[in-house]
Design a protein around this ligand. Structure first.
Ligand code: B12
Ligand code: SF4
Length: 477
């Protein structure tokens, strides 16, 4: 297809349904990189639009291509549904999938007739290349960074594209999305922002090392602060949620950003991710500056309370570092999310107990410290899964099977017995109840829960059964 003179080419991007209202940063990243003089980018977010499929279909007749961001699990089934509908309307429409699932299963995704191209890893340059070739009617057969279905139906995995410094990309154009609508749905004026891609670490349960090859690229702090200020002037947010995998990868970058935020006069708070080892290395002055610039909450992945397990999953932290970082957070008045994972293959009862003890200790340090406990699910692409598969564990095979794969709800995985599952669920329930800020009506329940937690007594959990009966647990995907 070639561009009619003066008319911009429409590129349609789709974000599948999900339960949280994080701004669609992946689509903002790839959409903003397209030259706005040539392309008219339309983002359809199924989380905002109850009739997203029809909205999408209304753009399809004149679209140059459809791009979809796809996470593993339930988003796949929504992505499949809309791509199949779009192909019914326009069988010749090029459909491009990018994001975490296609990055790991680029060939497998192409077994679906409604998908033509999959993009692996960082997507900005690859998408610009794909869209440019489509606009000029050139083939994608040798386009780096993507896997393509050739005219004869065979699949070709083109060479990877080197990771590009994110400073080279255009600033994300938040004008492509209805920012106010996200604020409304989140119930707060919170901007999502991504300042880096990838991660240098090697955790064996995580897909990042597989997708980004342990590389990390981040925005230069002065430029980042300028972009934030421009966005603040335009969208008046109260809070920024940095969605980076490891925001504190470079302490100097964070310090410079904090300095600029203070100087800019922006009245904001912010939240980000930090590893426990980064926390203890961070100089006190930088902690103080971050707090002064508005740092309100850190997410510090703990994963396990057992140093033995931490070693096995290659987390490269010690549990003592978690406590030390938590102490600093307490001292600076910074809230914390400390997520754990239980049910790793071959995890012993003692290991699980160590995790529960650690969660208990952190939770009781501050009502602002949360300690969510997840069950290990085989994150595709991770080293632990590759080991488990070598020992006979079977991953889903088809795209439809992957669509049924639920990271959060459902069975806890073959490595957690029903008895352990029950014990952990009771622990989670009573600790949540014991430490969260409770309304007046719940104070008695909270007292009982604290008593139970202090005594580690979770037998006859009538409070739990009653509460679950009143408010069924929500699943994530
Ligand atoms: C925001 C977020 C979410 C949001 C998703 C919001 C949405 N848009 O629908 C919510 C809260 C719903 C969510 C849920 C979960 N998430 Co999440 N999430 C993230 C997070 C923190 C940021 C994603 C993001 O916007 N990144 C910024 C963009 C710029 O980067 P990107 O997504 O990688 O996109 C680049 C490329 O992938 C590519 N690309 C992406 N899409 C497309 C599309 C096209 C057309 C093209 C060409 C290219 C392309 O180009 C982009 C620019 O380079 C990431 C971690 C991270 N920092 O990426 C985890 C992450 C994606 N989540 C993850 C997980 C495990 C989960 C959960 C299980 C929760 C949990 N326990 O952590 C659930 C369940 C997901 C599900 N099945 O429903 C994993 C990977 C999951 C997977 N294999 O799919 C990640 C990587 C975290 C991790 N290291 O474990 N998540
Ligand atoms: S879990 Fe976090 S620190 Fe570990 S590899 Fe993944 S993103 Fe990096």
């Amino acid at each position: 297809m070639t561009a009619p003179r003066g008319k911009r080419l429409k590129v349609v991007l789709y974000n599948p349904q999900a339960v949280f209202f994080t701004m669609p940063l992946a689509l903002l990243a790839v959409g903003s990189e397209l030259d706005p003089d040539i392309y008219d980018v339309v983002i359809v977010d199924a989380r905002l639009d109850s009739d997203a499929e029809n909205t999408l279909l209304s753009h399809i007749p004149e679209a140059l291509c459809l791009g979809v961001t796809v996470l593993t699990g339930a988003p796949i089934s929504d992505a499949l549904r809309v791509c199949r509908s779009a192909k019914l309307v326009r069988p010749d429409l090029p459909v491009v999938w990018g994001g975490w699932h296609p990055s790991m299963f680029s060939r497998e995704c192409l077994s679906e007739p409604a998908v033509d191209v999959t993009v692996r890893g960082q997507g900005e340059e690859t998408f610009v290349d794909i869209v440019g070739r489509l606009a000029q009617g050139r083939p994608l057969d040798d386009c780096p960074g993507c896997t393509v279905k050739l005219a004869d139906g065979t699949i070709r995995e083109n060479p990877a594209r080197a990771l590009t410094e994110v400073d080279k990309f255009r600033a994300h154009d938040y004008g492509l999305i209805p920012v106010e609508r996200y604020y409304e749905l989140k119930g707060k004026r919170q901007l999502d922002f991504i300042s880096s891609q990838g991660c240098n670490f090697r955790c064996a349960f995580c897909s990042d090392p597989f997708v980004y090859g342990r590389k990390w690229v981040g925005l230069e702090p002065v430029r980042m602060a300028m972009r934030l200020k421009e966005l603040w002037d335009r969208y008046r947010f109260d809070d920024v949620n940095f969605q980076d995998e490891t925001f504190f990868t470079k302490a100097g970058r964070v310090e410079a950003l904090a300095d600029r935020i203070v100087e800019s006069g922006m009245k904001i708070t912010w939240a980000a991710t930090m590893r426990a080892d980064q926390g203890i290395r961070l100089p006190e002055a930088v902690w103080a500056r971050c707090k002064q610039s508005g740092l309100r909450r850190l997410l510090v992945g703990v994963e396990s309370g057992s140093n033995e397990v931490l070693k096995r999953i290659r987390k490269d932290i010690k549990i003592e570092q978690v406590y030390e970082t938590a102490e600093k957070m307490l001292r600076f008045g910074i809230a914390g999310h400390f997520p754990f994972i239980v049910g790793f293959p071959e995890e012993s009862d003692e290991d699980i107990q160590a995790t529960l003890d650690c969660a208990k200790r952190l939770r009781s340090m501050s009502p602002d410290f949360l300690t969510p406990i997840y069950y290990f699910k085989p994150y595709p692409g991770s080293a632990l899964v590759i080991e488990a598969v070598a020992r006979g564990f079977r991953l889903p095979e088809t795209l439809d099977d992957w669509a049924q794969f639920d990271y959060v709800a459902g069975e806890p995985g073959p490595w957690v017995s029903p008895e352990k599952f029950e014990r952990i669920e009771r622990f989670k329930f009573f600790h949540e109840l014991a430490w969260k800020k409770a309304s007046r009506g719940r104070r008695i329940l909270q007292k009982i829960a604290r008593y139970r937690c202090n005594k580690d007594n979770y037998r006859w959990p009538v409070e739990m059964l009653f509460t679950r009966w009143l408010v069924p647990v929500q699943t994530l995907s």
